[in-house]
Design a protein around this ligand. Structure first.
Ligand code: KG4
Ligand code: ZN
Length: 359
């Protein structure tokens, strides 16, 4: 007889998205390298309330505004997620809330709410690392066994990791300065393309000439898997006059040149990570590169990574676009993966602004 599925409420408030979701999945999860059965997990609801309008006048995220916006909308969003899921409060087997890393005020709002629900309903609380949410999100929708290579590229993070299981990560490299998404956001600001920057750069780049501006490719050709984006951003600043003096074509050309430089660097770093992964694992094991985090929504980058994977004998696995950017479905799913391993957290667990995935 197969075990009953677990139904979890996921809560995400670590940045500028207030999100609540209800996920159902079977606790019988694949062991390391084992097969993953299809259709064993379901997103019953997945609601995301972006705060773009609140932050747009400031050209970036204002932490205090973010926490206040989470407070104002989270309880109603959770209620709506439970109603949409149709499971009722009594149908929840647990609650998973992001406990870091992120903007601490926002993280506290979501975690305290999760604790209150866990206490009131007498169900387990799982304090989820936001990065683990991104790292495991792909397994919510497709059968993918551990271990796999993970490129995590978001507004706050840029890392290459080997994912060996829930809670088991090995770091291969990361950014020495800015995160990839941060570089997109800052470049968009310099070009007057608005906030959030990543989608704006991608849109502008579609009509731009990527060869017009000779931007640097920091770290290209170096050993290892580290990244650096601050020099690239500075080069954009030096080559770009004030936005009011830029034509739409200038903006498009710079956006395309910037996006091409980022892609070249990311491809080069991923190639080194693939070499390391190959050395650690037998050819019989599946070789998969998972790309997650907000920047993974970038189709130009996905295409370039797809070509790299074809050349290097890797499968490319990317969550659908709405699961790349911040959401609570990935937090609920990470909660199920952890609960399945017998991992839950006490009600005095603390929110953490910094929380690396690896130890
Ligand atoms: O994962 P995420 O939603 O939040 C964090 O955990 O940081 O990532 C947000 C980041 C932002 O920097 C945003 O500009 C970037 O992801 N982003 C993109 C695209 N969509 C979102 N960057 C490049 N191209 C995109 N299409
Ligand atoms: Zn994120």
């Amino acid at each position: 007889m197969s075990p009953a599925p677990l139904t979890l409420l996921g809560i995400e408030t670590s940045c500028d998205e207030t999100a609540a979701a209800v996920i159902r999945g079977y606790p019988e999860l694949p062991r390391q390298n084992g097969p993953v059965a299809d259709g064993q997990r379901e997103i019953l609801s997945n609601l995301v309330l972006s705060q773009f309008d609140e932050h747009r006048p400031y050209g970036g995220i204002v932490p205090e505004i973010a926490s206040r916006a989470h407070i104002l909308s989270l309880d109603r969003l959770i209620q709506a997620a439970i109603e949409k899921a149709g499971c009722g409060w009594e149908g929840l087997d647990g609650v998973a809330a992001t406990a870091g890393p992120g903007l601490i005020g926002g993280v506290m709002v979501g975690l305290v709410t999760g604790k209150a629900i866990a206490a009131a309903r007498a169900i387990p609380l799982v304090a989820v690392n936001h990065l683990e949410g991104h790292a495991l999100s792909v397994r919510l929708l497709q059968p993918l066994a551990f271990p796999y290579l993970l490129l995590l590229v978001s507004g706050g993070h840029c890392q290459l990791l080997e994912v060996r299981g829930a809670g088991a990560y090995a770091r291969l490299g990361g950014s020495l300065d800015d995160a990839a998404g941060e570089a997109f956001d800052k470049t968009a600001k310099l070009l007057g393309l608005g906030y959030p920057g990543g989608p704006a750069i991608e849109k502008a780049a579609k009509t731009g000439n990527p060869a017009r501006f000779a931007l640097p490719r920091p770290m290209l050709g170096r050993a290892g898997c580290d990244f650096s984006f601050s020099g690239l951003k500075t080069a954009v600043r030096h080559m770009t006059p004030a936005p009011e003096r830029l034509s739409d074509q200038d903006k498009a050309d710079m956006a395309a040149s910037f996006q091409a430089a980022v892609a070249d660097v990311v491809i080069d770093r991923c190639r080194n990570a693939m070499t390391l992964f190959r050395q650690r694992h037998t050819p019989q094991q599946a070789h998969t590169l998972v790309v997650a985090g907000g920047v993974a929504a970038n189709l130009a980058l996905r295409t370039a990574l797809g070509r790299l994977c074809d050349r290097e004998g890797f499968q490319l696995a990317t969550p659908p676009l709405d699961l790349c950017t911040d959401n609570a479905a990935m937090i609920g799913w990470a909660g199920i993966e952890r609960l399945a391993l017998g991992l839950s957290d006490p009600l005095d667990v603390t929110a953490r602004a910094r929380w690396p995935l690896y130890s």
